[in-house]
Design a protein around this ligand. Structure first.
Ligand SMILES: [Zn+2]
Length: 112
């Protein structure tokens, strides 16, 4: 692990977020719970987590929010919060966007 961010007892907040994301997909709500940070603050950290992941040859992957009923994907929505309702079927069961960290070698590297 790079020690550029320093490291206290149990690692910094970002390291904990990073480790959680390495263990598998998580929503902002999951991350909020596991590091004890408000969900909206998790968003700000994710940008930095994505950058340092790239520096270590990894990347932050994302699955967009999706409607449970008709599978509509909220591709353009980059916010972390869950949309209120589906524009296509008006369904209100929306799966939250999920994030995880994967080795960059396993995916395309030509995106920025
Ligand atoms: Zn729908």
């Amino acid at each position: 692990m790079g020690a550029k961010d320093g490291g206290g007892t149990g690692g910094t907040l970002r390291e904990r977020i990073t480790q959680r994301l390495r263990s598998g997909p998580a929503t902002a709500a999951d991350l909020s719970r596991s590091v004890g940070l408000p969900e909206r603050d998790v968003a700000a950290h994710l940008a930095h987590v994505a950058r340092s992941a790239r520096a270590q040859g990894e990347r932050l992957e994302q699955v967009p929010a999706r409607c449970v009923q008709c599978d509509f994907a909220f591709e353009k929505r980059e916010r972390l919060t869950r949309p209120g309702a589906c524009p296509r079927c008006k369904g209100r069961r929306i799966r939250r966007p999920r994030f995880w960290i994967a080795p960059a070698a396993m995916s395309k590297e030509d995106r920025t």
